[in-house]
Design a protein around this ligand. Structure first.
Ligand code: KIV
Ligand code: ZN
Length: 388
């Protein structure tokens, strides 16, 4: 089995399904270029058949991006698949991602189709797509809530028709890490030709476990593609967030043993771009890309980090695109952090007694003010009356 983990970004498709996150063609193009800079393997650029606007966006991205595979979603019917192929015609590398639901609930209530009809439609769709595009991905929608034996029959059939990637969505974020990982493993074991395809995970975050479920799908299930979005953007509570899975696999390479081709220094710029474009603010304590992800506020932590960053940092802020980590001065800060900031500001006090007096004034101020800025420190050292 390959040691390479494929990162499939669906910010521009599933991410855009987030209410209020719709993007113009130009905005999508800008984000696609950033994803390419970040060396994302596959960019799902949209759902070409869903609207003329989406068709044009997929087409523009297919023409502009050279280094990532460009993908369009398509329902499992000839019209959608033809439209996707048309939009992708200018791509250096194109993929069509076709899907149909396989859970009893979706088949009966939504599609009003029998198992045999769904099996046939999936097979025909992949056969049709394969004649238009060499790279076909198939997703059984609501796959995780599907009967595993029926699902295995569908997967076997579409692999026979030439689907190169089989993606198992946890469409409604119902999975639990161990159970999802085990489901993928058992499913692969039930599909006789499973080694002819790359297995992929696609997890939603309704119970806050999209990242954990995706990682379990990889570690326990043997999946080698993760579908994710920048900042975890997506329908309802969102999708698995790219920055978190990528940094988990990189930081814990000792556990996962996998390589990821992502240029991680482009993660924070991508996060900011998606946030500015959609207006979706990133929560300050969000892992990796939140403003506080590399900020230290307590005196003990600040002292530790100033002596050796590894004491309280498992990743480097610079490695994911922040300029540096942050020592936030406030009432919990210690003398060491205060002295360090004086030094950074080029302030030299004549004696330790002066440092101690300034530190005391700083502590008094910090009791009254949430965060102390550099301007406060300069004022406090230069002219005590300014801040009194
Ligand atoms: O969540 C889902 O099931 C999807 C599929 C269309 C892949 O987004
Ligand atoms: Zn989805």
């Amino acid at each position: 089995m390959s040691d390479q983990l494929i990162i499939f970004d669906t910010t521009l498709r599933d991410g855009e399904q987030s209410p209020g996150a719709s993007m113009t063609r130009e905005e999508k193009l800008r984000i696609a270029r950033q994803l390419e800079r970040m060396k994302v393997d596959v960019i799902e650029a949209g759902f070409a058949a869903s609207s003329n606007g989406d068709f044009e966006a997929v087409k523009a991205i297919a023409a502009a991006v050279r280094d990532s595979t460009i993908c369009s979603l398509a329902r499992a019917n000839d019209r959608d698949i033809s439209r996707a192929a048309e939009a992708l015609a200018g791509a250096q590398r194109a993929r069509i991602h076709t899907f149909i639901a396989t859970s009893e609930l979706h088949m009966e209530k939504k599609l009003r189709m029998t198992r045999e009809q769904v099996l046939e439609q999936a097979t025909l769709a992949v056969r049709f797509g394969r004649n238009l595009c060499g790279d076909i991905e198939f997703s059984p929608e609501d796959g995780y809530r599907s009967d595993i034996d029926f699902l295995a029959r569908v997967c076997e059939a579409v692999i026979k028709e030439g689907a190169g990637t089989i993606n198992i969505p946890d469409t409604v974020g119902y999975a639990i890490p161990e159970l999802y990982g085990d489901f993928i493993r058992r499913l692969r074991e039930k599909v006789p030709n499973s080694d002819k395809a790359i297995w992929s995970v696609h997890c939603h975050n309704d119970l806050g476990m999209a990242v954990a479920n995706s990682l379990a799908g990889v570690k326990l299930g043997g999946a080698r593609q993760i579908e994710c979005t920048i900042n975890g953007l997506g329908e309802r509570a969102g999708n698995c967030s790219l920055e978190e899975v990528v940094m988990a696999v990189k930081t814990r390479r000792d556990y996962f043993g996998l390589d990821v081709g992502i240029e991680t220094s482009q993660i924070v710029p991508a996060s900011k771009l998606v946030s500015q474009t959609t207006g979706f603010v990133v929560q300050p304590n969000k892992a990796v890309v939140g403003a506080n992800a590399f900020a230290h506020a307590s005196g003990i932590h600040q002292d530790g980090v100033l002596k050796a960053r590894d004491t309280y940092e498992i990743m480097r802020a610079e490695d994911v695109g922040w300029a540096a980590n942050k020592i936030v001065l406030g009432k919990l800060s210690g003398r060491n952090a205060f002295k360090q900031r004086l030094q950074e500001l080029g302030i030299e006090l004549d004696s330790e007694a002066e440092v101690n007096a300034a530190f005391q004034r700083f502590k008094d101020l910090a009791d009254r003010k949430n965060e102390i800025f550099d301007e406060d420190i300069i004022a406090l050292v230069m002219d005590e009356s300014v801040i009194a």
